[in-house]
Design a protein around this ligand. Structure first.
Ligand code: ATP
Length: 499
């Protein structure tokens, strides 16, 4: 089945619905590009047409496009390679694409607010320098404008795309129905537009889901479609985090949502602070921590009956932590793990597993949730620095664990402090912040001289293995055995050591 959002992607700026002012601005930017030569940032919520606008613009202008995705590691290489050359008007697509007759290429860099998470500092400045000196027009796409570095913001123009109103969504749905030969009652389309408030991609997806196999779409179809599905995650979040739900109702609804308790916990964690104040959140985190303990036990014992205790905490507990009801409409977001298109979450889990001596599963299900709860939004800061040092986290990892993607500078400074802290620990031969977890006493004693170059338990493990003398072999065995012992403690000991 073809994806209607692709089939019906606007091919010209004139086909884009809503955001008239923004679209006019985009056109003007392109028309005057030769005079200002600045890159343009298009920012706004997902699904409102930013990427479509960039492609439609290129089509209208007769420009080719080169699309790069900031969360794709390969993008770093491409940018590194072309940042300097772009100044000389080299084409970004490759040397053979070069054409001196003025053919333009529009460089579209998607997920520009995610750059800090994927490049080292050199790479990051390469993006800014690409943007400053590119001999070609560049459009950056971002959801969160303020997640982009200040340098990058200063070097660019920006245009905001607002959520697309119902009045602009309905005509898009109507056009699609006509082209697909589907008759419709207009209140059915109204309903779809309403429940996707602001998100055109969502509305088109929704239409495709309910219209599938039908040649006439009624309001009844749309509503029944709602009821037939098990409970959606968004109403569930409304129920737990906002409405005056009893603990029992909250628990019951957690059974109706088609998500595992692990995933529900992530949804709650990532969205709670949109509506809970600090006191409510503090209480709720206790319940989430309990939920995580039960999830850890489920994993350790493979006894899925524990799931209901996790479910109890994450639904009834979190609902009980709320003081009253919350009004208004909230844009719930997918948890970080879902929209992480890079392998950052895997990287984090791997770092925790390797450096903490846990299995990947324990790292993912037990240790990571604790770290997330303890360092939410980088608070307390010294704990976050200690964590970053202990697990040698990079900025992307700290962002992901603390859920603070929007605080780029904060995360950057935490990673810098963590590097310093690690250097100090190395000097003091402390064996890192979680000395009790991995290295054995002998290993530490041994690390006294040839371990000097290693900065943590993990590297010194490799060093010990590489030395090849009899003594070290003994150490190696012990060290390999240790992580397994640590794992039996289900991560608790690792964390208390780390704290
Ligand atoms: N303004 C619009 N007019 C018509 N169709 C739109 C519009 N906005 C979005 N769509 C539909 O939604 C799909 C997704 O839009 P698009 O990828 O441009 O959104 P986006 O704002 O770039 O989202 P993201 O930030 O998630 O990439 C398009 O292919 C199109 O089908």
């Amino acid at each position: 089945m073809t994806d209607w959002t692709e089939t019906y992607r606007p091919s010209s700026l004139s086909e884009l619905r809503g955001n008239d002012k923004a679209v006019k601005g985009v056109r003007e930017w392109a028309d005057t590009w030769d005079d200002h030569r600045e890159a343009l940032v298009l920012h706004g919520s997902p699904g409102v047409g930013k990427t479509s606008a960039a492609h439609a613009l290129a089509a209208d202008m007769g420009w080719e496009t080169v699309e790069l995705n900031a969360s794709d590691q390969r993008t770093a290489d491409v940018i590194e390679r072309y940042a300097g050359r772009a100044a000389n008007n080299a084409t970004l697509g490759g040397s053979s694409g070069g054409d001196d007759t003025g053919g333009r290429q529009l460089v579209i860099l998607d997920e520009a607010d995610n750059i800090h998470g994927n490049y080292d500092r050199g790479g990051k400045s390469a993006v800014t320098s690409l943007v400053k000196s590119a001999g070609q027009p560049v459009v950056l796409i971002a959801n969160q404008y303020y997640d982009m570095s200040r340098g990058l913001r200063n070097a660019t123009q920006d245009i905001e795309f607002r959520d697309v109103g119902k009045r602009s969504i309905v005509p898009v749905l109507r056009d699609i129905c006509r082209k697909e030969g589907i008759e419709f009652d207009s209140d059915a389309l109204d309903r779809i537009a309403e429940r996707n408030s602001g998100d055109l991609r969502g509305a088109v997806n929704d239409l495709q889901a309910v219209a599938d196999g039908r040649d006439h779409l009624t309001l009844e179809d749309v509503i029944t479609g709602d009821r037939d599905r098990s409970m959606d995650i968004f109403p569930f979040l409304d129920l737990v985090l906002k409405e005056g739900t009893s603990a029992q109702e909250a628990l019951q609804s957690s059974y109706d949502v088609d998500e595992t308790p692990d995933d529900l916990t992530k949804w709650i964690e990532d969205n709670m602070l949109k509506v809970y104040d600090a006191e409510e959140a503090t209480r709720a985190y206790d319940y989430l921590a309990d939920a995580d303990v039960w999830l850890g036990r489920v994993w350790a014992s493979q006894n899925y009956s524990y799931w209901r205790y996790a479910g109890d905490n994450l639904s009834a507990g979190v609902a009980a932590a709320r003081d009253g009801t919350k009004g208004g409409w909230t844009r719930w977001g997918r948890p970080q793990f879902y929209h992480s298109t890079s392998n950052t979450s895997d990287d984090v889990v791997r770092a925790i597993a390797e450096r903490g001596g846990f299995s990947m599963d324990t790292a993912r299900r037990v240790v990571l949730p604790y770290l997330q709860a303890m360092t939410h939004h980088c608070k307390p800061r010294d704990l976050t620095v200690a964590m970053a040092a202990a697990y040698e986290f990079e900025e992307a990892h700290v962002s992901l664990v603390t859920g603070s993607g929007e605080t780029t500078n904060k995360v950057q400074s935490i990673v810098e402090d963590a590097e310093e802290l690690r250097a100090e620990q190395m000097e003091a031969h402390s064996g890192g912040a979680f000395a009790g977890v991995a290295p054995s006493t002998e290993a530490e004693a041994n690390g006294g001289d040839d371990g000097a170059e290693s900065d943590d338990g993990q590297t010194s493990l490799a060093d010990a293995a590489g030395d090849g003398d009899g003594d070290d072999d003994g150490d190696e065995d012990e060290r390999v055995a240790d992580p397994e012992a640590a794992e039996e403690d289900d991560g608790q000991s690792g964390l208390s050591d780390f704290m």
